[in-house]
Design a protein around this ligand. Structure first.
Ligand SMILES: Nc1ncnc2c1ncn2[C@@H]1O[C@H](COP(=O)(O)OP(=O)(O)O)[C@@H](O)[C@H]1O
Ligand SMILES: [Mg+2]
Length: 158
């Protein structure tokens, strides 16, 4: 799916938030400034998070309270070693009535459970143009492929 501004990306995120449930993992991939944090803002807002969601680049992990579940927002850009992932306590975060979103998660794929939704954001022609691509990896999100197609118009081209 193509978006022409941050609000449109946040709308896509809100549609995916509506399909998400506790224990879900979402990897946000894309270069610096692609819109991974902007996506998370739309996602969190749709789940009832009222606190401003900011980049967790320096804190690595940030927790937000939504209406029915929490949002754990991680940014692993600054992780220097793969085994630092263990310190993030991912299993506990996933088991915390929460959805976990990880920016730059591709770097730590070998350390992750093989059940997540990958959302890749790439730059388009204009400054504010982006393309969003959704790829379910593993059973949890694969089971929701039809719903993603219904609500967002496609998988791959989400
Ligand atoms: N279509 C778009 N989707 C997402 N963000 C956009 C879009 N167009 C412009 N932007 C802007 O790009 C920037 C993305 O920043 P951010 O979300 O922090 O990126 P990242 O977390 O991927 O480094 C924000 O300033 C946002 O307003
Ligand atoms: Mg970011």
């Amino acid at each position: 799916m193509e978006t022409a501004n941050a609000a449109e990306t946040q709308n896509v995120a809100a549609l995916l938030a509506a399909l998400s449930k506790p224990g879900d993992l979402i990897l946000l991939l894309g270069d610096l400034g692609a819109g991974k944090t902007a996506f998370t803002q739309g996602f969190g807002r749709a789940l009832g998070v009222t606190q401003p969601i900011t980049s967790p680049t320096f804190t690595l992990a940030q927790q937000y309270e939504g209406d029915a579940m929490r949002v754990h927002h991680l940014d692993v850009y600054r992780l220097e070693q793969l085994d630092e992932v263990t310190d993030l306590g991912l299993p506990e975060l996933l088991d915390d009535n929460a959805v976990v979103l990880i920016e730059w998660g591709d770097a730590i794929v070998p350390m992750l459970p093989a059940d997540y939704l990958e959302v890749r954001i790439t730059f388009g022609e204009g400054d504010d143009d982006r393309a969003l691509e959704c790829t379910p990896v593993g059973p949890g999100w694969s089971a929701r492929k039809a719903a993603i197609v219904r609500d967002l118009g496609g998988v791959g081209e989400c």
